[in-house]
Design a protein around this ligand. Structure first.
Ligand code: COA
Length: 148
């Protein structure tokens, strides 16, 4: 498995992974737009020609934010999500970000467990942030200091 920086030109392949990971996926144009510019960190995990997963973060001033993290179902529970996140936090720290934030749905225990293992802690909540068929779900806001 190769972990590497990639560019908005990969957006179509990344959108295909996103579509396997989320009920309301981002399309290639949205992904390309969000990953443009020097503030973006776009990392993929690649198995030959297959994209196994990716993470998109944004750094603004001394703060970084995870915009999305997705691993294709066929590649889960092999540590790929964790390694993408670790690599992204290292790159954000190297760009002088002192902390990283993210939002995760309160009904996503897999992702919450991954983030807690990586040192993120809940610091807030956005009520009813995600819409679901059965009713809105809160977002948990999580934070990790990058210099510790
Ligand atoms: C969440 C996600 C990125 C995890 O990717 P992954 O490569 O399978 O994660 P890892 O193998 O690195 O798992 C790391 C740890 O996270 C936790 N974890 C991951 N998947 C889990 C699951 N299905 N159930 C419970 N815990 C889970 C475990 O603690 C795991 O460590 P372990 O395997 O030693 O027990 C992946 O399931 C995914 O893409 N889900 C859909 C999209 C999503 O929810 N993205 C995050 C939104 S903020």
């Amino acid at each position: 498995m190769i972990f590497e920086l990639t560019t908005p030109a990969s957006a179509a392949a990344l959108a295909a992974v996103h579509a396997l990971a989320f009920d309301t996926p981002w399309n290639a144009a949205d992904l390309a737009s969000l990953s443009q510019g020097a503030n973006a960190i776009l990392l993929q995990a690649r198995d030959g020609d297959d994209v196994a997963g990716f993470i998109l973060c944004r750094c603004i001033a001394d703060e970084a934010e995870v915009l999305t993290l997705a691993v294709s179902p066929a590649y889960r529970r092999r540590g790929i999500g964790s390694r993408l996140l670790e690599n992204a936090t290292a790159l954000a720290g190297a760009r002088s970000a002192g902390r990283m934030f993210l939002e995760v749905a309160a009904d996503n225990p897999a992702a919450i467990a991954l983030y807690e293992t990586a040192g993120f802690r809940p610091v807030g909540k956005r009520s009813g942030y995600y819409s679901r068929v059965g009713g809105a779900v809160d977002a948990v806001v999580m934070r990790r200091d990058l210099n510790s």
